[in-house]
Design a protein. Structure first.
Length: 91
């Protein structure tokens, strides 16, 4: 989702926001770790991340890409992110 707002200098500012599922996929892609959207939802429900950083828009929790490293760090601290095992080819 893309949101366009006007800043104090009356310039349009574009913000790209991710859904919880999109945030989980992005963290997986960047970190090569399995991330379940439910774990991110639990983090938000438990107030691990402030609602101001991930607002509820049209019934969906929207996450700015800048918040992803913080979400990842909190999930690692909680022990909810599992590392992906490297695949080996048997010959």
């Amino acid at each position: 989702m893309t949101i366009v707002t006007v800043n104090s200098r009356r310039k349009a500012v574009t913000t790209h926001l991710l859904t919880v599922s999109g945030a989980a996929r992005e963290i997986e892609r960047r970190c090569n770790r399995v991330v379940r959207p439910r774990d991110i939802s639990n983090l938000l429900y438990d107030r691990g991340i402030d609602d101001c950083l991930c607002p509820l828009i049209a019934g969906r929790r929207m996450i700015a890409p800048e918040v992803l490293p913080r979400i990842e760090a909190l999930l690692v601290a909680r022990g909810t992110i599992a590392k992906v095992e490297a695949k080996t080819n048997a010959s």
